[in-house]
Design a protein. Structure first.
Ligand SMILES: [Zn+2]
Length: 70
């Protein structure tokens, strides 16, 4: 997986992660901002607030557990 980070403004960026939707396995759009991480699936419209961790360059881990869905 080699996601491309798109910087929107200072402190805010978007990221598309293919095959990452926990519901349908579709591509997830992530928005990372000072308020946290929001995820949106364009296929099934799943919206979540995952924790996003970057282990190393280009390697991300999403954790949808233990968080209420928006
Ligand atoms: Zn989905």
């Amino acid at each position: 997986m080699n996601p491309e980070l798109r910087v929107i403004s200072e402190g805010t960026a978007e990221l598309e992660l293919p095959h990452s939707c926990p519901t349908c396995g579709g591509a997830l759009e992530l928005r990372i901002s000072p308020d946290g991480v929001r995820s949106f699936c364009g296929v099934c419209h799943f919206i979540g607030r995952p924790r996003l961790q970057q282990f190393e360059e280009g390697t991300f881990f999403l954790d949808f557990r233990e968080l209420p869905l928006a």
